[in-house]
Write a protein that binds this ligand. Structure first.
Ligand code: ZN
Length: 146
């Protein structure tokens, strides 16, 4: 195998991120172990968002991975998405996965997923969205805490 082939294979493996559908996410979203990570850039400020989702813009994502790890302490599943989950969502999920692999530190994250077809499809199929301007969004989960 040439180096180029080996690199190609590595790339393929690295890109094997799993997807989750909107309906699967909807049924999981009430779980306390799941965090949704919105990696859209400016769109978040004028579009709605999934309630309770964290915002880590893809632009600055790599620099903020340590903050994200702090934010998701106690969670075991992260679901990344952007508007369509075609480029930014999967690439940030991948960067996060590589970061954990490189660091060899167990931060308790077992599943790194990408929301299939992203926020746009989520909203288009009438799934619940939040339009608050809170940072971070307290979402539905805050209501349960009173
Ligand atoms: Zn909100």
């Amino acid at each position: 195998m040439t180096d180029a082939q080996a690199k190609e294979e590595e790339k393929e493996m690295a890109q094997s991120i799993s997807y989750i559908t909107g309906s699967q996410l909807l049924s999981l979203n009430s779980s306390p172990n799941i965090a949704i990570v919105d990696v859209r850039d400016d769109e978040r400020s004028y579009d709605a968002h999934i309630a309770g989702s964290l915002h880590y813009a893809s632009d600055t994502f790599s620099d903020k991975i340590p903050n994200l790890i702090q934010d998701v302490k106690g969670k075991d599943t992260l679901v990344f998405h952007c508007a369509l989950s075609q480029v930014r969502g999967p690439s940030c999920a991948q960067r996060f996965a590589s970061y954990l692999t490189d660091k060899k530190e167990d931060v308790g994250i077992k599943n790194i997923l990408v929301l299939e077809r992203g926020f746009n499809a989520w909203e288009a199929s009438g799934r619940p969205v939040c339009r608050c301007a809170d940072i971070p969004c307290k979402g539905n989960k805050a209501k349960k805490l009173g």
